[in-house]
Design a protein around this ligand. Sequence first.
Ligand code: NAD
Length: 428
Amino acid sequence: MAGQINAFEIAQQQFDKVADQLGLDEQVRQILRWPAREFHMHIPVRMDDGKIRIFEAFRVQHNDARGPNKGGLRFHPAETIDTVRALAMWMTWKCAVADIPLGGGKGGVVVDPATLSVGEKERLCRAYMRTMWRNLGPRQDVPAPDVGSTPQMMGWMMDEYSRITGQYTPGVITGKPVGGGGSLGRTEATGFGVIYTVREAMKHLGLDPASCTAAIQGFGNVAQYASIGFNEILGGKVVCVSCWDREDKVSYTFSKPDGINPTFLKSITDQYGTINKEKARNAGYEIEDGGAWISKPVDVLIPAALEGQVNSETVKLIHPKVKILAEGANGPTTPEADSALNERGIFVIPDFLCNSGGVTVSYFEGVQNDMNFYWPREEVFEKLNTNMTTAFGAVLDMSLSQNVSMRDAAYMVAIHKVVKAMELRGWI
Ligand code: NAD
């Protein structure tokens, strides 16, 4: 998915660096360097033309010392076992940093969902659940939406699991549609959570949010609500977003120096995060090369698309004005680029802290499912804000007290919690 960059190698490198700094025991290190369980599947599905197509799919369960495995399910043509391993490992750290009692997991199906009819998508989702159900469940492993998957797809999978087990089990999956076991606020959660961490970073750096600008990569679930949040929560201005264009097979940046209107752009964007070029151009947006977002003279950069986007080449394009890089995406920065950002003094909010709002509200969704009692939207956002602010504060304190980067500090906070849980359970 990230071209030449192997996401799992990056995840292991990041972990090894901090394991060295902590002097982590070799055996503990070996447990945490690899996923506990991996499922490789070949799932047959009948297509609309009557033929059977085989889909390659994965589920990886990295570590469940702190609670059931938790993590999204991607539908993407370039998914590999290594991207899923990396994402599962990052989920373990994310749940620990966010201080929610869950472990790390991730899944993937190798497909471009936009090439499937609605019926084919539903049959694929149900088939995935029929293949995996014995190893999923509210107390085992709980998937959620991610790149290329939607609340409706979660709804179908929850229904399939409930039919197989004979029991209505909404807690088997999160990110379900509201009214079908979903939580209010889940759609906005990751993007708004990104903005809560940006707000805390601005406080720490003494920046006035209302006079700050941002450039965002991507315009899917995370980027849409990060843009809306940057405007509405911080009062700042987003000058561009970008997306992958399926027809042209390239990415584009959609810019407006005096500020984009994210709500308007959202209204002309399809369910996979592709903005309609014609309508955007008619509304006065300049359409630039997909890489243009990273060189904008803004205060905040928010990569919110895929892995490996801030790398040894693109990092050189970052404008001197940039003060904060908020990682909305998982694994957007390579280790070489990370070192360059640190040398330049750019404040990085690492992915598994920055985008932990999604899994936090997924956890709230599971709690509401267990209680069969649903909270109002304001209560969800209030709890999310409190959790994210606390998580950011803990990582910042670690970074200042240990004189390490925010990424290394986030790893330290997370590894301490996971190792503690393994000790308490007698695993080590
Ligand atoms: P999405 O599928 O809704 O959107 C992805 C966006 O990225 C789309 O707009 C797509 O056009 C764009 N994109 C893809 N390739 C691109 C490229 N080369 N250049 C520019 N844009 C490109 O996905 P999402 O749910 O918004 O997830 C985005 C990132 O955030 C992923 O790394 C995902 O793992 C991570 N994440 C998502 C959630 C969540 O709750 N959705 C939570 C945590 C982390």
